[in-house]
Write a protein that binds this ligand. Structure first.
Ligand SMILES: *Cc1c(COP(=O)(O)O)cnc(C)c1O
Length: 432
Protein backbone atom coordinates (compact mmCIF):
# COMPACT_ATOMS: atom_id res chain seq x y z
CA UNK A 1 0.00 0.00 0.00
CA UNK A 2 1.54 3.28 -1.04
CA UNK A 3 1.82 6.10 1.41
CA UNK A 4 0.26 9.31 0.26
CA UNK A 5 1.31 11.36 3.27
CA UNK A 6 4.83 12.60 3.88
CA UNK A 7 6.30 11.56 7.20
CA UNK A 8 9.85 12.78 6.57
CA UNK A 9 10.10 14.94 9.69
CA UNK A 10 8.45 12.29 11.85
CA UNK A 11 10.93 9.70 10.66
CA UNK A 12 13.93 11.91 11.37
CA UNK A 13 12.60 12.87 14.77
CA UNK A 14 11.91 9.24 15.63
CA UNK A 15 15.51 8.29 14.80
CA UNK A 16 16.67 10.93 17.26
CA UNK A 17 14.20 9.76 19.92
CA UNK A 18 15.37 6.16 19.54
CA UNK A 19 18.92 7.24 20.46
CA UNK A 20 17.87 8.51 23.86
CA UNK A 21 14.59 6.82 24.76
CA UNK A 22 14.12 3.03 24.77
CA UNK A 23 12.36 2.26 21.52
CA UNK A 24 11.93 5.99 21.00
CA UNK A 25 8.75 6.05 23.10
CA UNK A 26 7.79 6.67 26.69
CA UNK A 27 5.10 3.98 26.60
CA UNK A 28 5.26 0.91 24.37
CA UNK A 29 1.65 1.27 23.24
CA UNK A 30 2.77 4.26 21.16
CA UNK A 31 5.33 2.35 19.12
CA UNK A 32 4.06 0.95 15.85
CA UNK A 33 5.55 -2.46 16.64
CA UNK A 34 2.32 -4.36 16.01
CA UNK A 35 1.64 -2.69 12.66
CA UNK A 36 5.17 -2.23 11.31
CA UNK A 37 6.62 1.16 10.53
CA UNK A 38 7.44 4.06 12.76
CA UNK A 39 5.22 6.19 14.93
CA UNK A 40 4.09 9.57 13.76
CA UNK A 41 5.39 12.40 15.96
CA UNK A 42 2.62 14.74 17.04
CA UNK A 43 2.79 18.51 17.24
CA UNK A 44 -0.63 19.52 18.55
CA UNK A 45 -4.22 18.53 19.11
CA UNK A 46 -7.39 20.48 18.47
CA UNK A 47 -10.93 19.19 18.96
CA UNK A 48 -11.17 15.87 17.09
CA UNK A 49 -7.85 16.38 15.28
CA UNK A 50 -4.18 15.64 15.78
CA UNK A 51 -1.49 17.35 13.72
CA UNK A 52 1.92 15.78 13.23
CA UNK A 53 5.22 17.61 12.76
CA UNK A 54 4.94 17.17 8.97
CA UNK A 55 1.65 19.09 9.20
CA UNK A 56 -0.54 16.12 8.38
CA UNK A 57 -3.94 16.28 10.01
CA UNK A 58 -5.58 13.18 11.48
CA UNK A 59 -9.05 12.51 12.75
CA UNK A 60 -8.22 11.06 16.16
CA UNK A 61 -9.89 7.91 17.49
CA UNK A 62 -7.49 7.42 20.40
CA UNK A 63 -7.98 10.60 22.42
CA UNK A 64 -4.69 9.99 24.24
CA UNK A 65 -5.90 6.42 24.96
CA UNK A 66 -9.02 7.64 26.68
CA UNK A 67 -8.84 10.99 28.46
CA UNK A 68 -10.08 13.25 25.66
CA UNK A 69 -13.74 12.28 25.64
CA UNK A 70 -14.55 15.90 24.76
CA UNK A 71 -11.77 16.27 22.20
CA UNK A 72 -8.39 17.97 22.49
CA UNK A 73 -7.90 21.15 24.50
CA UNK A 74 -11.47 22.09 25.39
CA UNK A 75 -11.45 25.71 26.55
CA UNK A 76 -12.85 25.02 30.02
CA UNK A 77 -9.97 22.64 30.77
CA UNK A 78 -7.17 24.86 29.48
CA UNK A 79 -8.52 27.91 31.30
CA UNK A 80 -8.85 25.94 34.56
CA UNK A 81 -5.22 24.84 34.25
CA UNK A 82 -4.13 28.41 33.50
CA UNK A 83 -5.98 29.73 36.55
CA UNK A 84 -4.40 27.07 38.78
CA UNK A 85 -0.98 27.92 37.39
CA UNK A 86 -1.34 31.43 38.79
CA UNK A 87 -1.51 30.06 42.35
CA UNK A 88 1.27 27.45 42.29
CA UNK A 89 2.19 24.14 40.73
CA UNK A 90 2.48 22.02 43.87
CA UNK A 91 2.30 22.63 47.58
CA UNK A 92 2.81 19.26 49.24
CA UNK A 93 0.00 20.28 51.57
CA UNK A 94 -3.77 19.84 51.35
CA UNK A 95 -5.82 22.13 49.11
CA UNK A 96 -9.56 22.73 48.85
CA UNK A 97 -9.36 21.64 45.20
CA UNK A 98 -8.60 18.09 46.33
CA UNK A 99 -11.69 17.98 48.51
CA UNK A 100 -13.85 19.32 45.70
CA UNK A 101 -12.49 16.65 43.40
CA UNK A 102 -13.06 13.88 45.96
CA UNK A 103 -16.58 15.09 46.68
CA UNK A 104 -17.48 15.16 43.00
CA UNK A 105 -16.04 11.67 42.35
CA UNK A 106 -18.06 10.30 45.29
CA UNK A 107 -21.17 11.95 43.89
CA UNK A 108 -20.70 10.70 40.33
CA UNK A 109 -19.55 7.16 41.19
CA UNK A 110 -21.94 6.17 43.99
CA UNK A 111 -20.06 3.03 45.11
CA UNK A 112 -17.15 5.32 46.00
CA UNK A 113 -17.62 6.65 49.54
CA UNK A 114 -14.02 7.73 50.04
CA UNK A 115 -11.35 8.25 47.41
CA UNK A 116 -7.58 8.77 47.28
CA UNK A 117 -5.89 10.56 44.38
CA UNK A 118 -2.75 9.16 42.75
CA UNK A 119 -0.89 9.98 39.53
CA UNK A 120 -1.70 7.14 37.14
CA UNK A 121 -3.98 4.18 36.58
CA UNK A 122 -1.12 1.85 37.45
CA UNK A 123 -0.72 3.47 40.83
CA UNK A 124 -4.46 3.20 41.40
CA UNK A 125 -4.66 -0.55 40.75
CA UNK A 126 -1.42 -1.25 42.62
CA UNK A 127 -2.83 0.55 45.63
CA UNK A 128 -6.28 -1.00 45.35
CA UNK A 129 -4.97 -4.56 45.48
CA UNK A 130 -2.74 -3.65 48.42
CA UNK A 131 -5.76 -2.29 50.26
CA UNK A 132 -7.85 -5.36 49.37
CA UNK A 133 -5.09 -7.58 50.77
CA UNK A 134 -4.54 -5.45 53.85
CA UNK A 135 -8.26 -5.17 54.56
CA UNK A 136 -8.99 -8.89 54.24
CA UNK A 137 -5.69 -10.21 55.58
CA UNK A 138 -5.57 -12.52 52.54
CA UNK A 139 -3.12 -12.73 49.63
CA UNK A 140 -4.74 -14.14 46.50
CA UNK A 141 -5.91 -11.75 43.77
CA UNK A 142 -8.02 -13.07 40.89
CA UNK A 143 -7.46 -11.39 37.54
CA UNK A 144 -8.56 -12.22 34.01
CA UNK A 145 -6.45 -12.93 30.95
CA UNK A 146 -6.47 -10.00 28.57
CA UNK A 147 -7.40 -7.47 31.25
CA UNK A 148 -4.69 -4.85 31.66
CA UNK A 149 -4.37 -3.09 34.98
CA UNK A 150 -1.21 -1.11 34.35
CA UNK A 151 2.32 -2.39 34.81
CA UNK A 152 1.84 -3.54 38.41
CA UNK A 153 4.15 -6.51 39.16
CA UNK A 154 1.44 -8.71 40.63
CA UNK A 155 -0.92 -8.02 37.72
CA UNK A 156 1.51 -8.48 34.84
CA UNK A 157 0.17 -11.94 34.20
CA UNK A 158 -1.91 -12.57 31.14
CA UNK A 159 -1.62 -16.13 30.03
CA UNK A 160 -3.65 -18.77 31.71
CA UNK A 161 -6.05 -20.01 29.06
CA UNK A 162 -8.71 -20.72 31.61
CA UNK A 163 -6.45 -23.04 33.54
CA UNK A 164 -6.78 -22.78 37.29
CA UNK A 165 -3.09 -22.21 37.68
CA UNK A 166 -1.32 -19.54 39.62
CA UNK A 167 0.24 -17.06 37.32
CA UNK A 168 3.67 -16.84 35.86
CA UNK A 169 4.88 -13.32 35.11
CA UNK A 170 4.65 -12.11 31.51
CA UNK A 171 7.64 -9.78 31.87
CA UNK A 172 11.24 -10.41 32.89
CA UNK A 173 12.01 -8.48 36.03
CA UNK A 174 8.88 -9.62 37.80
CA UNK A 175 9.96 -12.23 40.35
CA UNK A 176 7.76 -15.33 40.37
CA UNK A 177 7.04 -14.52 44.00
CA UNK A 178 5.21 -11.36 42.92
CA UNK A 179 2.68 -13.27 40.86
CA UNK A 180 2.42 -16.50 42.81
CA UNK A 181 -0.67 -15.16 44.54
CA UNK A 182 -2.28 -14.01 41.29
CA UNK A 183 -4.88 -16.40 39.95
CA UNK A 184 -5.58 -15.91 36.23
CA UNK A 185 -8.90 -16.93 34.71
CA UNK A 186 -10.53 -16.40 31.31
CA UNK A 187 -12.80 -13.37 31.11
CA UNK A 188 -16.51 -14.25 31.08
CA UNK A 189 -15.81 -17.77 32.39
CA UNK A 190 -18.43 -17.92 35.13
CA UNK A 191 -17.79 -21.59 35.86
CA UNK A 192 -14.06 -21.15 36.37
CA UNK A 193 -14.66 -18.18 38.64
CA UNK A 194 -17.16 -20.13 40.70
CA UNK A 195 -14.77 -23.09 40.91
CA UNK A 196 -11.91 -20.84 42.01
CA UNK A 197 -13.98 -19.56 44.92
CA UNK A 198 -15.11 -23.09 45.81
CA UNK A 199 -11.47 -24.20 45.90
CA UNK A 200 -9.88 -21.34 47.76
CA UNK A 201 -12.46 -18.62 48.40
CA UNK A 202 -11.18 -18.13 51.94
CA UNK A 203 -7.76 -17.16 50.54
CA UNK A 204 -9.05 -14.70 47.93
CA UNK A 205 -8.45 -11.08 48.95
CA UNK A 206 -10.07 -9.67 45.85
CA UNK A 207 -11.12 -9.95 42.24
CA UNK A 208 -9.95 -7.22 39.86
CA UNK A 209 -11.49 -6.83 36.44
CA UNK A 210 -12.26 -4.38 33.67
CA UNK A 211 -16.08 -4.33 33.73
CA UNK A 212 -15.89 -3.69 29.99
CA UNK A 213 -12.49 -4.72 28.71
CA UNK A 214 -10.61 -2.26 26.55
CA UNK A 215 -7.21 -3.90 26.59
CA UNK A 216 -7.77 -6.99 24.45
CA UNK A 217 -9.89 -4.89 22.17
CA UNK A 218 -13.33 -3.95 23.40
CA UNK A 219 -14.90 -7.00 25.07
CA UNK A 220 -18.21 -6.79 26.88
CA UNK A 221 -19.16 -8.75 29.98
CA UNK A 222 -21.56 -11.58 29.16
CA UNK A 223 -24.84 -11.54 31.09
CA UNK A 224 -24.24 -12.88 34.58
CA UNK A 225 -20.47 -12.48 34.63
CA UNK A 226 -20.25 -9.27 36.65
CA UNK A 227 -23.21 -10.36 38.79
CA UNK A 228 -21.52 -13.67 39.61
CA UNK A 229 -18.29 -11.91 40.57
CA UNK A 230 -20.37 -9.66 42.85
CA UNK A 231 -22.19 -12.58 44.49
CA UNK A 232 -19.05 -14.65 45.04
CA UNK A 233 -17.09 -11.75 46.54
CA UNK A 234 -19.98 -10.99 48.90
CA UNK A 235 -20.34 -14.64 49.89
CA UNK A 236 -16.63 -15.17 50.57
CA UNK A 237 -15.83 -11.74 52.02
CA UNK A 238 -13.51 -10.83 49.13
CA UNK A 239 -13.15 -7.33 47.69
CA UNK A 240 -14.59 -6.79 44.21
CA UNK A 241 -12.48 -4.20 42.37
CA UNK A 242 -13.74 -2.68 39.14
CA UNK A 243 -10.83 -1.25 37.21
CA UNK A 244 -12.65 1.66 35.59
CA UNK A 245 -9.50 3.49 34.52
CA UNK A 246 -10.81 3.30 30.96
CA UNK A 247 -14.58 2.91 31.44
CA UNK A 248 -15.01 5.48 34.23
CA UNK A 249 -16.82 8.61 32.95
CA UNK A 250 -16.66 6.95 29.50
CA UNK A 251 -19.38 4.30 29.11
CA UNK A 252 -21.66 6.32 31.42
CA UNK A 253 -21.09 9.22 33.79
CA UNK A 254 -20.95 6.74 36.67
CA UNK A 255 -18.89 4.26 34.63
CA UNK A 256 -19.61 0.64 33.80
CA UNK A 257 -20.97 0.04 37.30
CA UNK A 258 -23.78 2.46 36.51
CA UNK A 259 -24.33 1.10 33.02
CA UNK A 260 -24.50 -2.54 34.12
CA UNK A 261 -26.00 -1.97 37.55
CA UNK A 262 -23.38 -3.96 39.46
CA UNK A 263 -21.78 -2.35 42.51
CA UNK A 264 -18.12 -3.08 43.26
CA UNK A 265 -16.47 -2.64 46.66
CA UNK A 266 -13.59 -0.66 45.18
CA UNK A 267 -13.09 1.27 41.94
CA UNK A 268 -9.94 2.44 40.21
CA UNK A 269 -10.05 5.50 37.97
CA UNK A 270 -7.67 7.20 35.56
CA UNK A 271 -7.62 8.69 32.06
CA UNK A 272 -10.74 10.94 31.84
CA UNK A 273 -10.51 11.88 35.54
CA UNK A 274 -7.43 14.00 34.81
CA UNK A 275 -8.83 15.84 31.81
CA UNK A 276 -5.52 15.10 30.02
CA UNK A 277 -3.20 15.58 33.01
CA UNK A 278 -1.77 12.64 34.99
CA UNK A 279 -4.40 11.60 37.54
CA UNK A 280 -5.46 8.26 38.93
CA UNK A 281 -7.71 7.49 41.86
CA UNK A 282 -8.89 4.56 43.90
CA UNK A 283 -11.87 4.53 46.18
CA UNK A 284 -14.73 2.52 47.49
CA UNK A 285 -16.56 1.43 50.58
CA UNK A 286 -15.89 3.57 53.59
CA UNK A 287 -14.87 0.66 55.84
CA UNK A 288 -12.34 -0.57 53.27
CA UNK A 289 -10.88 2.86 52.52
CA UNK A 290 -10.50 3.51 56.26
CA UNK A 291 -7.74 0.87 56.11
CA UNK A 292 -5.58 3.31 54.13
CA UNK A 293 -2.84 5.27 55.89
CA UNK A 294 -3.05 7.55 57.88
CA UNK A 295 -6.48 6.32 59.12
CA UNK A 296 -5.44 2.71 58.85
CA UNK A 297 -2.32 0.57 58.51
CA UNK A 298 -2.13 0.09 54.71
CA UNK A 299 0.61 2.42 53.48
CA UNK A 300 0.21 4.45 50.30
CA UNK A 301 1.56 7.92 49.57
CA UNK A 302 2.55 10.33 46.78
CA UNK A 303 4.57 13.55 46.66
CA UNK A 304 2.56 14.96 43.75
CA UNK A 305 -0.76 13.21 44.47
CA UNK A 306 -3.68 15.62 44.23
CA UNK A 307 -1.48 18.05 42.30
CA UNK A 308 -3.30 21.38 41.89
CA UNK A 309 -2.87 21.64 38.11
CA UNK A 310 -4.06 18.06 37.65
CA UNK A 311 -6.99 18.56 40.04
CA UNK A 312 -8.04 21.77 38.27
CA UNK A 313 -7.94 20.00 34.92
CA UNK A 314 -9.81 16.92 36.15
CA UNK A 315 -12.41 18.93 38.04
CA UNK A 316 -13.11 21.06 34.97
CA UNK A 317 -13.59 17.89 32.94
CA UNK A 318 -15.87 16.15 35.45
CA UNK A 319 -17.94 19.28 36.05
CA UNK A 320 -18.51 19.67 32.33
CA UNK A 321 -19.49 15.99 31.96
CA UNK A 322 -21.94 16.39 34.82
CA UNK A 323 -23.40 19.67 33.52
CA UNK A 324 -23.67 18.59 29.89
CA UNK A 325 -23.57 14.78 29.73
CA UNK A 326 -22.43 13.83 26.21
CA UNK A 327 -23.30 10.17 26.57
CA UNK A 328 -26.46 9.95 24.48
CA UNK A 329 -24.88 11.83 21.60
CA UNK A 330 -21.71 9.73 21.87
CA UNK A 331 -23.76 6.54 21.80
CA UNK A 332 -25.62 7.65 18.66
CA UNK A 333 -22.45 8.75 16.86
CA UNK A 334 -20.54 5.63 17.83
CA UNK A 335 -23.37 3.33 16.81
CA UNK A 336 -23.52 5.08 13.44
CA UNK A 337 -19.78 4.56 12.99
CA UNK A 338 -19.86 0.93 14.08
CA UNK A 339 -22.84 0.16 11.81
CA UNK A 340 -21.11 1.89 8.91
CA UNK A 341 -17.84 0.01 9.43
CA UNK A 342 -19.75 -3.24 9.67
CA UNK A 343 -21.57 -2.59 6.39
CA UNK A 344 -18.36 -1.53 4.65
CA UNK A 345 -16.47 -4.64 5.80
CA UNK A 346 -19.44 -6.82 4.91
CA UNK A 347 -19.65 -5.33 1.40
CA UNK A 348 -15.94 -6.01 0.90
CA UNK A 349 -16.38 -9.58 2.12
CA UNK A 350 -13.96 -9.15 5.00
CA UNK A 351 -14.55 -11.43 8.00
CA UNK A 352 -14.97 -9.30 11.08
CA UNK A 353 -16.88 -8.79 14.30
CA UNK A 354 -17.54 -5.48 16.00
CA UNK A 355 -17.89 -4.86 19.71
CA UNK A 356 -19.17 -1.60 21.13
CA UNK A 357 -20.02 -0.16 24.52
CA UNK A 358 -21.01 3.50 24.33
CA UNK A 359 -18.14 5.37 22.70
CA UNK A 360 -15.67 2.47 23.02
CA UNK A 361 -15.46 0.00 20.16
CA UNK A 362 -13.20 -2.44 18.34
CA UNK A 363 -13.37 -3.84 14.84
CA UNK A 364 -11.93 -7.34 15.20
CA UNK A 365 -10.64 -9.20 12.18
CA UNK A 366 -12.03 -12.39 13.63
CA UNK A 367 -14.84 -14.72 12.66
CA UNK A 368 -15.95 -15.39 16.20
CA UNK A 369 -17.53 -13.02 18.72
CA UNK A 370 -14.70 -11.99 21.05
CA UNK A 371 -15.61 -12.84 24.63
CA UNK A 372 -12.19 -13.68 26.05
CA UNK A 373 -8.47 -13.45 25.47
CA UNK A 374 -8.46 -16.94 23.98
CA UNK A 375 -10.79 -15.76 21.21
CA UNK A 376 -9.10 -12.38 20.80
CA UNK A 377 -5.77 -14.16 20.29
CA UNK A 378 -7.19 -15.50 16.99
CA UNK A 379 -7.55 -12.03 15.46
CA UNK A 380 -5.97 -11.59 12.03
CA UNK A 381 -3.31 -9.10 13.10
CA UNK A 382 -1.69 -8.96 9.64
CA UNK A 383 -4.94 -7.75 8.17
CA UNK A 384 -5.29 -5.29 11.03
CA UNK A 385 -1.83 -3.85 10.29
CA UNK A 386 -2.84 -3.18 6.69
CA UNK A 387 -6.13 -1.67 7.79
CA UNK A 388 -4.33 0.56 10.28
CA UNK A 389 -1.82 1.83 7.72
CA UNK A 390 -4.54 2.37 5.14
CA UNK A 391 -6.60 4.42 7.56
CA UNK A 392 -3.52 6.43 8.59
CA UNK A 393 -3.02 7.24 4.92
CA UNK A 394 -6.59 8.50 4.84
CA UNK A 395 -5.81 10.82 7.76
CA UNK A 396 -7.57 8.64 10.32
CA UNK A 397 -5.59 7.89 13.45
CA UNK A 398 -6.58 4.58 15.06
CA UNK A 399 -4.95 2.70 17.94
CA UNK A 400 -1.89 0.96 16.48
CA UNK A 401 -2.89 -2.47 17.75
CA UNK A 402 -5.78 -4.83 17.16
CA UNK A 403 -5.94 -5.33 20.93
CA UNK A 404 -7.04 -1.80 21.79
CA UNK A 405 -10.33 0.04 22.01
CA UNK A 406 -11.14 2.95 19.70
CA UNK A 407 -12.76 6.03 21.21
CA UNK A 408 -15.24 8.45 19.72
CA UNK A 409 -15.17 11.91 21.28
CA UNK A 410 -17.86 14.52 21.54
CA UNK A 411 -15.79 16.72 19.23
CA UNK A 412 -16.57 14.26 16.40
CA UNK A 413 -19.47 15.18 14.13
CA UNK A 414 -21.68 13.25 11.72
CA UNK A 415 -19.45 14.45 8.89
CA UNK A 416 -16.40 12.99 10.61
CA UNK A 417 -18.16 9.69 11.08
CA UNK A 418 -19.20 9.60 7.43
CA UNK A 419 -15.72 10.42 6.16
CA UNK A 420 -14.30 7.71 8.42
CA UNK A 421 -16.70 5.15 7.01
CA UNK A 422 -15.89 6.15 3.43
CA UNK A 423 -12.16 5.97 4.23
CA UNK A 424 -12.69 2.48 5.63
CA UNK A 425 -14.59 1.50 2.45
CA UNK A 426 -11.55 2.43 0.37
CA UNK A 427 -9.20 0.58 2.68
CA UNK A 428 -11.36 -2.57 2.86
CA UNK A 429 -11.56 -2.62 -0.95
CA UNK A 430 -7.76 -2.74 -1.08
CA UNK A 431 -7.64 -5.53 1.53
CA UNK A 432 -10.22 -7.85 0.06
C1 LIG B 1 -4.77 2.54 30.99
C2 LIG B 1 -5.21 1.53 31.99
C3 LIG B 1 -4.50 1.31 33.19
C4 LIG B 1 -3.17 1.94 33.45
O1 LIG B 1 -3.24 3.32 33.58
P1 LIG B 1 -1.88 4.18 33.41
O2 LIG B 1 -2.32 5.58 33.69
O3 LIG B 1 -1.41 3.94 32.02
O4 LIG B 1 -0.91 3.67 34.42
C5 LIG B 1 -5.04 0.47 34.11
N1 LIG B 1 -6.21 -0.15 33.90
C6 LIG B 1 -6.91 0.03 32.77
C7 LIG B 1 -8.22 -0.67 32.60
C8 LIG B 1 -6.43 0.85 31.78
O5 LIG B 1 -7.12 0.99 30.63
Amino acid sequence: MSTSLSHAKSHAEFQRAAQFIPGGVNSPARAFGAVGGQPVIMARGEGPYLYDIDDNRYLDYIGSWGPHILGHRPEFVTSAIQAALETGTSFGAPTALETEMAELVCELVPSVEKVRMVNSGTEATMSAIRVARGFTGRDVIVKFAGCYHGHVDALLVQAGSGALTHGTPSSPGVPAGCTSDTLVLEYNDIEALTAAFQNEGDKIAGVILEPVVGNMGCVLPEPGFLETARELCTKYGSVLIFDEVMTGFRVALGGAQERFGVTPDMTTLGKIIGGGLPVGAYGGREDIMQAVSPTGPVYQAGTLSGNPLAMASGLAMLRELKANPPYERLETLSTKLVDGLHQAAEDAGIPHVLAQCGSMFTLFFNTEKVTSYAVSAQNDTDRFAKYFMGMLDHGIYLPCSQFEANFVSNAHTDDHIESTISGARDVFASLA
